[in-house]
Ligand binder design. Sequence first.
Ligand SMILES: Nc1ncnc2c1ncn2[C@@H]1O[C@H](COP(=O)(O)OP(=O)(O)OP(=O)(O)O)[C@@H](O)[C@H]1O
Ligand SMILES: [Mg+2]
Length: 254
Amino acid sequence: MTLLSIRDVSRRFGGIQAVDNVSFDVPHGAITAVIGPNGAGKTTLFHLISGFLRPDRGSVVFGGAEILGLMPHQIAAKGMARTFQQTRLFPKMTVLENILVGRHLHSRGGFVACMLHLPFTRREERAVREAGREILEFLGLSGQADAEAVRLSYGQQRMVELGRALACEPRVLLLDEPAAGLNMRETAEMGRLISRIRERNVTILLVEHDMSLVMDISDEIVVLSYGQKIAEDVPSAIQRDPEVIRIYLGEGDA
Ligand SMILES: Nc1ncnc2c1ncn2[C@@H]1O[C@H](COP(=O)(O)OP(=O)(O)OP(=O)(O)O)[C@@H](O)[C@H]1O
Ligand SMILES: [Mg+2]
């Protein structure tokens, strides 16, 4: 079953066609990866899907309803969460508080209450904290709950970002280069976490440059080059695709 359907989506910046008529389906419960060289349009595509940018044309259907034209918080409220290529934690807040920022979406007043800083009821506050602690346990960060986010290693900060997205209890999770800047051990750990998130029935759309991670955990891979989709297949077929090999080996050539 298709959870997210991207149809003929395009976006231009001045003279650059950043995303060019891209279409693909994200099946429910799968890990779909979007790969491609630097500047291929991967982040722009994520911004278009999650409402941070408006496409010039196209359609994005999520759970059967058109979401194109909605604001990011409206799309989030429908069950889409995302992380960003650059970490966006609040450095002076604790790890648990950073997670709870995501959780506010599910409180009584939802996102609006969160924006207006309306207080939680005490019972709500307790439930919210409990959910946050469960996420920290899932991430293996229980011991860091009360530490300032800035005190954590970079790898752990990326995990907290993931946790904040999970706190929204998303149906689909968009991850933009979750393993960027991580060492080999942390990358392997991130891969295991993403697989375990999928086991919790969360559909995943993943942008990532680490090919061993992508090949390891993805069910389906979409390849972008200069904004266009040039291939879409299972990992074993993508690894053998001559056009994909050419754009990757050709990267950096004179
Ligand atoms: N806000 C913007 N204004 C102008 N040009 C932009 C903007 N955002 C992206 N671009 C351009 O659009 C193209 C696609 O950029 P995008 O960030 O989507 O690529 P990417 O595939 O995510 O690359 P990377 O792997 O380096 O993260 C690039 O040529 C980029 O310079
Ligand atoms: Mg990017």
